[in-house]
Design a protein around this ligand. Structure first.
Ligand SMILES: [Zn+2]
Ligand SMILES: [Zn+2]
Length: 173
């Protein structure tokens, strides 16, 4: 866990603090499935001392590793995670809901903030490739490596039913 105390930075109005922190994140859950998160270049944190408080920005290139939501094969997804939060030096005049959930008493929970940014940057479904053909819903074969006859058979059955209907119609009139 990485915490940053904004009051320790000794920033004066208009000053900026910039630093890159190495950071390990816990896996994130997407649709009930765990994805490992790797921040190979760490997280870039910048703090600007602005009127009334601090502007905290985190940015990181993240890689998510886990199963493809369509074919269950290995998927690696790269995302750019960025988030900015404002921390007022005086709490007067601010609604409770306006405070960042990751900054308390001017101490930034960098890990929590980056984790949130990564979760928001990830798509609702991680896939191995946008073209992934997924698994056949009937025989379970991975359609990226093999073809199956299920789809063709289903069409045959529909035609069969249609033919039966026509026969019934014919016999009724
Ligand atoms: Zn896939
Ligand atoms: Zn099939």
């Amino acid at each position: 866990m990485v915490y940053l105390d904004l009051t320790d930075l000794g920033l004066r109005s208009g000053d900026r603090h910039e630093r890159t922190y190495p950071l390990d994140l816990e896996p994130v859950l997407l649709g009930g499935v765990e994805y490992e998160i790797l921040l190979a270049n760490g997280v870039d944190v910048s703090v600007d001392r602005v009127a009334g408080g601090f502007l905290v920005t985190v940015a990181a290139d993240a890689k998510a590793y886990g199963p493809c939501a369509r074919c269950l094969g290995e998927a690696v997804l790269k995302v750019r995670a960025e988030q900015q939060e404002f921390a007022p030096t005086a709490r007067d005049g601010w609604e409770e809901s306006e405070f960042s959930a990751f900054i308390e008493e001017l101490v930034v929970d960098v890990s929590g903030l980056v984790r949130e940014a990564v979760v928001l940057a990830l798509p609702p479904q991680v896939v191995c490739s946008p073209e992934c053909r997924g698994l056949c819903p009937q025989c379970g074969r991975n359609l990226n490596n093999a073809t199956c006859e299920c789809a063709a058979q289903e069409v045959d059955e529909r035609w069969g039913r249609l033919r039966d209907l026509r026969l019934e119609d014919g016999s009724g009139s």
